[in-house]
Design a protein around this ligand. Structure first.
Ligand code: FES
Length: 381
């Protein structure tokens, strides 16, 4: 009998309801907050073929997956995206494209609509071209705006995603105004999570608590003004919450990510954790990986939780937080997420917050996601 917690099955007998297919890590942009691996360029030659992705779709649908996000990298870099959308649609998936908008011309948009694509999540970093282009390291702003206009013109439900950091948080009101003018139904202010490239740039990217509170007030004013016309999501970053996020709704509970090389993971970041045994859909049936593999069982459920999580009244809400963050900030993925104020290692998060609150004596340039940038960045620090 599956162990149920808050409506979720946590022992692997449940279904991977949310499926993320990272079709490729290739991307024309160079975002400093990218959550792709630092060695992303090593995956280009190992990407699954069209037929291999179709097998993943069949196997995951058999496991009960329903919601499907095509993501990356930039999934539009794959010329077989339309074919994969059509195949997923024929299997009964609700398909969602998560895109920067670069490469989304009208012809492609019509082809995706005809293939059965249901929803598009478009990212936009700022309302001004000079800011967007500087942040993503390419002339992208005008193309993103045009993609947004086309998505609406072709009747797709659309989520506008604005990753939030120090450099753009002051544009919260302008962004809402722009999105309202375009008739966008969902606007998500995504306070970024600090993994991989974002962690490398954390001191430069993290907004202060004051900035976050100011932006929250602006969001509330607009919510009052727009009513039901637009749903605006704004989540306080876990560094400022004092409580960890319920990352992935629990490890191996409902989320399944397939990396470009076919490795199946409980979250998009799991490969930052050393010592785990990663399995590829090229070598193993997906059902075995989901239900039985040591990777998915490692932190599934509540029985493995360390103290103070094991005896915490909130363990069924947050599952001890994020395993990847626990590793990156404490060196052990089995520790309580240090974003929790009850973690014995919470000081590492507090130190980061304190560092951001102090006036910076000088600004370091952001390290952009780019091949070879990792070694440069480490040499500089
Ligand atoms: Fe991997 Fe949170 S990102 S568990």
């Amino acid at each position: 009998m599956p162990k149920e917690t808050g409506g979720l099955s946590l022992d692997g007998q449940g279904k991977p309801l949310w499926l993320s297919l990272e079709l490729t890590y290739r991307c024309p942009l160079k975002c400093s907050w990218c959550n792709n691996p630092l060695d992303f360029e090593d995956y280009a030659a190992k990407e699954l073929s069209t037929e291999e992705w179709k097998k993943v779709l069949r196997e995951s649908r058999e496991l009960g997956a329903l919601q499907l996000g095509f993501t990356g990298g930039e999934p539009l870099q794959r010329p077989d995206l339309e074919e994969l959308v059509a195949y997923a649609d024929s299997l009964g998936f609700y398909t969602n494209l998560i895109t920067s908008g670069i490469g989304l011309g009208e012809e492609r948009l019509i082809a995706l609509k005809n293939a059965g694509l249901k929803q598009i999540q478009l990212s936009l970093q700022a309302t001004r071209a000079d800011v967007t282009d500087a942040l993503v390291g390419a002339r992208a702003h005008a193309r993103k705006l045009e993609a947004g206009r086309l998505i609406k013109a072709h009747g797709f439900p659309m989520v506008l995603n604005m990753p939030v950091f120090r450099q753009n948080i002051g544009m919260t009101g302008e962004m809402i105004e722009w999105a309202a003018g375009l008739g966008i139904e969902y606007l998500e202010f995504a306070n970024i999570q600090y993994y991989n490239w974002a962690l490398m740039n954390r001191d430069e990217l993290m907004p202060t608590l004051e900035q976050v509170r100011d932006a929250e007030k602006v969001v509330q004013q607009w919510r009052d003004r727009l009513g039901k016309k637009m749903t605006i999501y704004f989540v306080i970053p876990d560094y400022y919450e004092g409580r960890p996020k319920a990352c992935m709704n629990g490890w191996g509970a409902i989320h399944l990510t397939i990396a470009p090389d076919g490795v199946a993971m409980p979250c998009q970041e799991a490969r930052v954790i050393p010592g785990l045994e990663f399995e590829s859909v090229r070598d193993r049936p997906l059902a075995w990986i989901w239900h039985e593999s040591p990777l998915f069982r490692k932190y599934r459920g509540l029985d493995w939780l360390p103290e103070p999580c094991g005896s915490c009244a909130e363990k069924e809400k947050d599952f001890g937080g994020c395993r990847c963050q626990a590793f990156l900030l404490t060196g052990d993925a089995g520790n309580t997420d240090p974003a929790c104020s009850r973690s014995p290692r919470h000081q590492v998060v507090q130190d980061a917050v304190d560092a951001v609150a102090r006036p910076l004596r000088f600004r370091k340039p952001l390290v952009r996601r780019a091949a070879g940038a990792m070694s440069t960045a480490f040499l500089e620090t």
